[in-house]
Ligand binder design. Structure first.
Ligand SMILES: NC(=O)c1ncn([C@@H]2O[C@H](COP(=O)(O)O)[C@@H](O)[C@H]2O)c1NC=O
Length: 516
């Protein structure tokens, strides 16, 4: 039975409704300054904590609830500590409603000072939350207005919050405290003496929320689950809505991430098909359907069972073209037209994801290694025509520049060593993940030949510089007309000479896009 509740909240959403329902159930209310005033103004019977403890709130609210009568009331074991509690005049508190000073929101504001941040570190709130959550067998704790309705419903039906509910609320409370402390630690450990923030703080904390268990990991003998950031960036993969299809697998999600990131590189209608972490076909065209047709044509063999991403809504014609032609694991787009969904529904296994618009990206890339993490800022560098340095006698034509930039954007998402051939903003051969660049170039050529795509007059992107002229010689022999690459090799002179001998145009970006 809940006889007494303490309410102390910064976010007063839903407070009065909750308190009114508690009063109707005969619960005695205790409260701190601002919360007390809000309840009083709503005409509800409530006693101030300071009256209850006989000790005033002081130090601008730094000390309000830090008192044995409060913590004893929250921590006392009913049935074990009753005598002690009576002896010391400690009344049990059965329900705690607390949400904390808005530290996260405060430090997110531009220009937030250290002093403002420090004053928004809640001390008494988390202390009470910990006391109540530890004593979950006897005490219930609400730390989020989103929990109020469910709690009120259960209370009105059963007159109390059951054991299961109290345990879940206790776990949620400790999770909230962990998030809160991580936010404080993140903020302070990134702060430098001059007030600037370090890119990489002295401690890296993480708060990830489980979205779902996965059937298995990369392989069936591995277990897996999918977690998202506590605060996902709008437009990133974790914000997806699955509209139909089988449960997503570990590999689906990993590949979908590459497909989404790649397709968002383009502002015109684009389609990216990913297989085993690499794009196997990418194209830009006047419509999603035309882009899909071209992307598919790059490598139909690999596109089988692929992940297909669009940067435009999925329409019925495109959905029809896909499902009538190929086996596909995942189709993703910013939104899915209802008519397209009717078509994909005929293939019940196909996972269809809507990823709401938003071009946010995670600031950091993280890779787990044995007992450690490698953290880097994301590879968000965009190369434009103005960044290109022509190094050959022949400068690329306007059409070649368009293809070179297209090809370069694709190469950024191909595992190194990456070589991409393209023409008319369609990939026509992709060589990925080889340990030597010349082999990636050979594979790109083989793929184009296998699909009977014409290499002559195409352009080539290389994610890093050519260490020797052999890659250029091979490309020239295949008919490549122009090349984009970072430059910077010791043998750039030889490489440029090879291009000049073949009458090729070559541009340097000065930027490398390794991807491992
Ligand atoms: N100092 C204390 O003893 C203390 N006890 C509760 N608080 C916080 O004070 C806030 C509510 O204050 P008010 O009721 O005055 O609006 C809550 O966010 C609560 O977590 C405290 N504030 C900071 O530590």
């Amino acid at each position: 039975m809940i006889q007494r509740a303490l309410l102390s909240v910064s976010d007063k959403t839903g407070l009065v409704e909750l308190a009114r329902a508690l009063v109707q159930l005969g619960v005695e209310l205790l409260s701190t300054g601002g919360t007390f005033r809000a309840l009083r103004e709503a005409g509800l019977p409530v006693r101030e904590v300071s009256e209850h403890t006989g000790f005033p709130e002081m130090m601008d609210g730094r000390v309000k609830t830090l008192h044995p009568k409060i913590h004893g009331g929250l921590l006392g074991r009913r049935g074990t500590d009753d005598g002690l509690m009576q002896e010391h005049g400690i009344a049990p508190i059965d329900l705690l409603v607390v949400n904390l000073y808005p530290f996260e929101q405060t430090v997110a504001k531009p220009g937030c000072t250290l002093e403002q941040a420090i004053e928004n570190i809640d001390i008494g709130g988390p202390a009470m939350v910990r006391s109540a959550a530890k004593n979950w067998l006897h005490v219930a704790v609400l730390t989020d207005p989103a929990q109020y309705a469910g709690a009120m419903d259960e209370l009105s039906r059963h007159g109390e919050l059951g054991r299961d509910t109290r345990f879940k609320l206790s776990v949620a409370a400790f999770n909230r405290i962990a998030q809160y402390d991580a936010a404080i630690s993140d903020y302070l450990s990134a702060l430098q003496e001059d007030g600037a923030r370090m890119e990489f703080p002295t401690q890296a904390n993480s708060n990830f929320i489980k979205v779902q268990d996965l059937r298995y990991g990369e392989n069936p003998h591995q277990q897996a689950a999918f977690y998202r950031d506590l605060y996902p960036v709008p437009g990133t993969l974790a914000t997806f809505r699955q509209l139909q299809g089988k449960e997503l697998s570990y590999n689906n999600l990993a590949d979908a991430d590459t497909a989404l990131e790649c397709v968002r590189e383009f502002s015109e209608p684009a389609c990216v098909i990913v297989k085993h972490a690499n794009p196997c076909g990418v194209a830009v065209a006047d419509s999603a359907l035309a882009a899909y047709e071209l992307a598919y044509a790059t490598d139909p063999t690999s596109a089988f069972g692929g992940i297909i991403a669009f940067n435009r809504p999925l329409d019925a014609a495109t959905a029809q073209a896909i499902v009538s032609r190929q086996f596909v694991e995942v189709i993703m787009a910013p939104s899915i037209d209802p008519a397209a969904l009717e078509i994909t529904a005929t293939k019940t296994n196909v996972r269809v994801l809507a990823i709401p618009a938003g071009d946010g990206r995670n600031r950091h890339d993280v890779k787990r290694i044995g007992s450690g993490l490698l953290i880097q800022t994301g590879d968000h560098r965009v190369v434009t025509a103005d960044d290109l340095k022509v190094v050959t006698k022949r400068a690329p034509t306007a059409a070649e520049i368009q293809d070179l930039l297209f090809c370069w954007r694709v190469a950024k998402f191909v595992k190194s060593n990456a070589i991409v051939y393209a023409k008319n903003r369609q990939t026509i051969g992709i060589g990925a993940g080889q340990m030597s660049r010349v082999y990636s170039a050979k594979i790109a050529g083989i793929k184009a030949a296998d699909e009977k795509l014409v290499v002559r007059g195409s352009v080539m992107a290389s994610d890093a510089f050519f260490p020797f002229r052999d890659g250029i010689d091979a490309a020239a022999a295949a008919g490549i007309a122009a090349v984009i690459q970072p430059g910077g090799s010791m043998r750039d002179g030889e490489v440029i000479a090879a291009a000049d001998e073949a009458g090729m145009a070559m541009v340097f970006t000065g930027v490398r896009h390794f991807r491992h």
